[in-house]
Structures are given as C-alpha cells and as structure tokens.
Design a protein around this ligand. Structure first.
Ligand code: NAP
Length: 530
C-alpha cells in the first residue's frame, strides 16, 4: 500500500509509458517521491476498451452486489489509514483535520449510495399493463425503468483530493448506477488518487467485479482529457474544475459524432445578501461567520461567498468595518498549487483594477517565500458599476469577495437579475425582513441551485435533499446535482419495453418483483407482485 506512480488499466497496475513527473508539496514547493508515470495513448485505448467490456457485466449486477461493492470500497479506503491522510496533506497543504474530514465525507458518500441503491427508487420502475379490450385500439403492455448509461470518465477536482476525486461523489454515483468509471487523475494530488484507486481495485476483486470496473489514468496535461472525452466507449463525463477547462471538454463531448452528456460543475461567486435590519443587531456575528466562510480552505471552495449585496448606508458600513477587522487577522493560507495561487493573485489584481472597485480590507500577506500562498481581499463597488461590467462576475478562486453597494431594494433586485447562474444564493435578514423578501427569493431561485437563509454556503451537506449545481456557468446542466443521492440520475437513462415476455424483462419490471420495489403500476404506487 504505497504510491507507485502506476496506472490502473483493465484491472492491472502498469507503469505509464508516456513520460514521468513528480507531485509537488504546495506548502514547500518541493517535489514529492516517488516518480510518477503518464499513460500513453495506447494505454488509454486499452483502458476504455476494458471499461466497455466491463459495462454489461457490471450493469447486470444486482443492487445488493453493487451495494456491497461500495461498502467494501469505503472499508478499503479507511484501511489505507495514515498513509492516505499524510499524502493528502503533503499534496494539497490541507491540515490533517481537513484530510480526515474529506475521508469521512468520501466514505460516507459511498455508504450513502450503498443504502440508497438497494431501495431501488432511482430505477423509477413504471408498469402500464395491457388493455386488450380498449377501444378503438387495444393497449400493449408497456414497462419503463432506468439503466446505467455506460462507462463514465471522472475528472477529479484540485480542491477536493478525496471527496470529489478518485472515489468522490461522481465516482460513487456512477458506480451505484452500474457504470464502470475511468478516473482522470488530477496532477495536483496524483498520489492520493492512486492510493484511493488501489483501495477501489482491491474492493472490486473482493466483490468479483469485472476487471475494467474502475480505472485510473494520469496524463501530461490536456491531451489525456481530450482523448478520454472523445473515446467512443465513453458514454458520460463528470467534471469539477474551472469554467475554461469544463467548457473546452463540454464542447468536445457535444461535438462528438455521438454526443454524450457532460456534467460539469464549474465557476460560481455565490451571492450573499445582507438586509439592513439584521445588520443593525448582528453585523459583527454575520461578519465573523462570513469571514470564516470566505477564508475556509484558503477560499478554495466552489461555494465560497465571492459577492456580498447590501443597501448603502451605515448598517452596511458597519458590516464592512467588522468584516475588515476580522479579515485583517487572517494569515495568508497555502493554496493547492502554483497555478491556482498565480491564478488567484492575478484574478484579485484584475478585479481591483476594474472601474469603481475600491479595496476595503486585506488579510495578512505571506510571511516568507516558501510554497504557494494566498492573501484574503475584500473589495467594494457601486451597483451601477457592477451591473455594467461582466468582468466583476468572474470567479476569483480564493479568499476574495466583492461588496456591491445598492441604492435601494429596486437596485438590489436589478443586481440579482444581472447575475449569471450560481451554485448558491444566501439571504441574511430578520424574521420580518425575510417575510417581505418573497421577490428576492423568487429572483434568487431562478439563478441558483441552493437558496440559503441566515447561514453560509460553505459546508455542503451530503444528503438526499441536497442540490449542488445550478444554471450555467455554475454547471453545464442545471437539471442535475453532483452531490447527494439524486446525483445518480446523471448516469442512468430510461428504457421501455413494449409487449415483452416476462423472462426478458429486467428484474425491476417483472410481475413477481424480485427486488421488492415500489412501482407505479397503472397510475398507482404499488409494492409487491402484480
Ligand atoms: P481545471 O484546470 O479546470 O482542471 C480540472 C481537470 O480538467 C484537470 O484534470 C485538468 O487536467 C482537466 N482539464 C482542464 N482543462 C482541460 C482541457 N482544455 N482539456 C483537457 N483536460 C482539461 O481545474 P483545477 O485544476 O481543479 O483548478 C484550476 C482552477 O479551476 C482554479 O483556479 C479555479 O478557478 C477553478 N476551480 C473551480 C472549482 C469549482 O468548483 N468552481 C473547483 C476547483 C477549481 P490537466 O491538469 O491534466 O490539464
């Protein structure tokens, strides 16, 4: 159980034959041992062929078999112990507690899908029995349920080395659905990814899953991602990362001779509205919570609150003052890698250069030249300047936020209406203010995937009711979530059977209901046999 730098191809670990590299510790800038390899195009072709061969075998497994597989994946990840936690911290700069938290979330997601899947609701089984005497035409027997879509490529994110990477939410939901997964390793934390892939491969063996059910490939920059998204055997893609990378890959997926669904979770600036009455009594508390949310994980969260909307006046001034004071004590934090740190510094500088933007406060600057760090920033701008300048809506990935000062509630509504799609929108107000905020809520819900009240957007819960996604550019498909059990819907597609013999139907649709599902039979929900 140690990092080898190899690729998992058709159930076998092989050294990649297309060059080598080292992971970098972002806290020190030093190379991490061992040397890691890049997969060649030929190795990629072998991988996609193995995933395609595994697809029908894996699709035919029962929910109980896949549930056991997911539970075993979680057990094997836990069995990696300190080696995994140490490697995550070394590759990301995350403190031990964050690495442990992510491991808990990752295993929790796998176990959550293991339980969800055996309930069988996601199969959405529907049966309309034949009506031979119907006039003027008899109705044939029609039965509908969901099937796995086929091999899925998962692009792990830089900022979630476990929970959104090799065995993260995309992988867990695709495996739960019955789809083989090819993980495209993130070069920011390749050793962590490999250790997790080793755990998944061991679980696959123990549970007699086909060899190509899980694969792990690293490649030299964009080429491998391009080749994976365009491989004919691949049937869907799960992606978390930048808008630029996501859109490049989305276009490739859509322009294939056989376009495939691409589920990209990309940039978001997560507006947070602070109403004046609540600021009169709670400005300091909200400022403290806001700064905690803004600087958590050095701001490297897709739900980081990058925008604050308020009504110009003494209440908002007090809030900015309290926020500025809380921010001034925050030390610069380690960022995920050199590119993210440089992107953050140039993004914050670009924002501060925009017309009308003024600096309110900063966190502490980096104390030495070691590693890649990011300093917190708070800026402010008038609503008029914000509405007319799209550059102010660009995500600055890190602990940076912009306060929009609005003349009145009409202008506040105009700012919300001018926003592009977001993962979240947050509203802080007194009970009386919230009771008058129906229009703001209606405006927000048109633009976001999750509306948050008197709370903060960071700390995404993994539950049945979670929605993590939103209108473009937050995500490429606003109809789906990438977190929570509903994420399985991305990797299944409906098939219906007309006039089928019983023994050719999938178990979910047979009269004897061997999986004990609740099904929609002739318009009524029904348990048991028909
Ligand atoms: P990224 O640069 O978009 O990379 C994500 C993954 O996609 C990587 O595996 C990358 O592979 C691949 N990729 C990117 N562009 C590609 C292209 N044109 N063709 C083929 N493959 C491509 O995201 P990141 O490395 O996670 O972070 C960089 C930036 O993304 C951050 O600074 C931040 O702005 C944003 N970000 C946003 C979120 C969010 O949830 N909103 C989360 C994380 C990051 P290679 O590295 O091998 O090219």
């Amino acid at each position: 159980m140690s990092v080898t730098g190899k690729q998992l191809i058709g159930g076998q670990w092989q050294t990649g034959t297309s060059g080598s590299y080292h992971a970098i510790n972002p806290a020190t800038g030093e190379k991490l041992a061992p040397e890691l390899s890049f997969a060649s195009e030929e190795q990629l072709r072998t991988t996609t062929a193995a995933a395609a061969a595994a697809a029908p075998v894996f699709a035919a497994t029962s929910p109980e078999q896949r549930s056991r597989f997911l539970e075993t994946c979680a057990d094997e990840i836990m069995a990696l112990g300190d080696e995994l936690l140490d490697r995550v911290s070394a590759e990301t700069g995350y403190p031990r507690a964050r690495a442990e938290g992510e491991r808990g979330r990752t295993c929790g997601q796998l176990r959550m899908f293991a339980k969800h899947l055996v309930k069988g609701d996601y199969l959405d089984a529907r049966i309309d029995t034949a009506l031979p005497d119907r006039q003027p035409m008899p109705r044939p027997d029609i039965r509908f349920c969901k099937h796995p879509i086929g091999p899925v490529v998962v692009f792990g994110s830089s900022n979630f080395p476990l929970a959104f990477s090799a065995a993260g939410g995309d992988t867990a939901s695709a495996l739960a659905a019955g789809c083989p997964v090819i993980v495209k390793s993130h070069n920011s934390h390749p050793g962590s990814g490999e250790l997790v892939a080793q755990a998944l491969a061991r679980a696959a063996k123990q549970c007699d899953m086909p060899a190509g059910v899980i694969s792990f490939l690293a490649g030299n920059r964009n080429e491998i991602g391009v080749n994976l998204v365009t491989a004919p055997e691949v049937k869907a893609v799960g992606f978390t990362g930048s808008t630029r990378g996501g859109m490049a890959l989305y276009k490739l997926a859509s322009n294939r001779p056989d376009p495939i669904p691409f589920f990209g979770e990309m940039g978001s600036i997560n507006p947070l509205v602070v109403l004046p009455e609540v600021l009169k009594t709670s400005a300091a508390d909200i400022a403290e919570g806001f700064v905690g949310s803004l600087t958590l994980g050095t701001g490297q969260f897709c739900v980081n609150p990058g925008l604050v909307l308020g009504l110009k006046g003494p209440e908002l001034d007090n809030f900015m003052e309290a926020t500025g004071a809380a921010l001034a004590d925050k030390p610069a934090g380690v960022m995920l890698n050199q590119a993210v740190a440089e992107g953050y510094a140039s993004g914050a500088a670009h924002l501060s250069d925009q017309p009308g933007v003024r600096q309110v406060s900063t966190g502490k600057a980096q104390e030495n030249d070691t590693g890649f760090c990011g300093q917190a920033y708070l800026y402010a701008v008038n609503a008029g300047d914000f509405i007319t300048n799209p550059a102010l809506q660009e995500e600055v990935f890190g602990p940076c936020s912009l306060v929009i000062e609005c003349r009145d509630t009409d202008e506040l509504s105009k700012v919300i209406s001018s926003l592009s799609g977001q993962l979240t929108g947050t509203l802080h107000g007194t009970e009386a203010e919230l009771s008058q905020a129906t229009e703001l809520v209606r405006l927000l819900e048109q633009r976001v995937g999750r509306v948050v009240f008197n709370n903060f957007p960071t700390g995404v819960e993994v539950t049945d009711a979670m929605m993590h996604g939103g209108p473009f550019p937050a995500a490429t498909d606003s109809r789906f979530t990438s977190v929570g059990t509903a994420a399985i819907d991305r990797f299944i597609r409906p098939v219906c059977y007309q006039n089928s013999p019983q023994d050719l139907l999938p178990p979910a649709l047979r009269n004897d209901n061997p999986w004990g599902l609740r099904r929609l039979v002739n318009g009524e929900w029904q348990d048991g046999q028909i």
